[in-house]
Each structure stands twice: as C-alpha cells, then as structure tokens.
Ligand binder design. Sequence first.
Ligand SMILES: [Zn+2]
Length: 273
Amino acid sequence: MINAFTVDVEDYFQVSAFEGHIARDAWDRQPSRVEANMHRVLDLLAEHGVKGTFFTLGWVAERYPAIVRRIVDGGHELASHGYDHTRVTQMDPAHFRRDIVQAKQLLEDAGGIQVNGYRAPTFSFRRDNRWVYDILLECGYRYSSSVAPVKHDLYGIPDAPRRPYRDESGMTEIPISTIRIGERNLPCGGGGFFRLYPYALTRWCISRVNAADGQPCIFYMHPWEIDAAQPRQQGVKLKTRIRHYMNLAKVEGRLRRLLTDFRWGRMDEVYPT
Ligand SMILES: [Zn+2]
C-alpha cells in the first residue's frame, strides 16, 4: 500500500494561529526560514527515496522560485496552497478565484509544469462554502485535499466522508486521514497530531487506516515543524504556543521512522484523477 506524503509549504509566521500577531504586510520583514527548512525536508525525502506532494503558497513561489524548482526537479508533485494563506472562510467567491488563479500562475511559472492539486489553508472548507469546488474546476484544478473530517476548534467538517469522494460539482476531494473510534473520528494524518502523539500511536493509526479501512494514509506536515530553532512568537495564547512549538525537536527523528516504516508517494500517484 502506497500512502500519500504531503507538505504544506509555508513559513512559520504564516500560520493562521499567528494571524492576529503578524500582519501580512509585515511578512517580508520576518526572518525567513522556509528555504532552509525545505532543503532539510527535501534532503530527508531524497535520503529515503520518497516522492511527495508539496502544496505551496504562491507567496513563497514568488519569493523563492528555487524551492519550487527543487520540488519539481526532485520528481515531486507541485500543488497549490493558495496565494497568501487567507482561509476560505474569510473570502468571497471573487476573492477566492483571484487567490487560486494567482497561486496557480506563480507556481506554474516557477516550476514550468501544470498544477492540478489544491489544499485550502488550515483545512478551511465548510459545509456552506461548497462553491469552492465549482471555482477550483473552472480555474483548472483537478483535485482538492482540503477537508479534515474531525471536530476541532479551528477547522474540520466532523461528518464529512473519511474517504476520497467526488463532490456534486465533479471535483475530487481527498480528506486527511482519520480513524473511527466509536462515534468519533480521530485525526491521524499528521500536522500537530504527529507532534502530539507518541510515534507508536501514529504508526498504529496509519496501519489501521491501511488494514481496517483498506485505504492509503494521507499524511501532511509543514517545513517549520522540523525547525526547533525558529523565532518564538511573543504574546500568543498558551494553547497556540503549545500547539505550534510542542515537540518540534522530535519531528525529524519521527519522520525518519515514518519514512522507513511505510511506503510513500505523491498524491497524484496514490489517487490519480
Ligand atoms: Zn497552511
């Protein structure tokens, strides 16, 4: 079973949790770490012979086209994470269209290939913004991986399907992996949960997705999650601080085990659309 290894390419200061602390027009004045962190992530994948999918911000492609070229040259899939990490819930249809068109163009210009995949910032699709799929299709995207079928205070559609499905618009949605425990879905597709759970629990969950559900795991991480030395943001809530900084130093070691214990590939290889 080949699982999908995905990376949301953004810098540490672009996460939604810091939105109220670092304005978008201050991003260019922050010490950038995305390039160095991406080299570490790409080195790690190369070491293990793994290809993955990189959902990259247009903002990053615009400033660091060399990262985009290394993604493409390494045989990975280049995909879109929107332009500047504005959540879909904060955009009207016209704004959303501008955002995803701009991101696709910047990525395709830097990478010299066609971009088919999209992941919404902070999994910000909701039941009431289904128009996103029509617009994604119209703008040339072929699949989305923007739904977390979990109950969470910041994101998620708890009762969304746990397997890939075709929306009534015709768009393919590939949700982040969960396992079913009683009446609830437990997130097990990475992100903060990869840092929160002991590695053995992550491994058990992924094995269960593979064996009990007969599904590939859709796993995701961010380049800033392997960067324990990143600048610490002052004045954020305790919950945000714990979520963002917890176990950063453990991630690289855990990734080495993850990349060894399972087989991984690109999203468009695991689920061709
Ligand atoms: Zn993101």
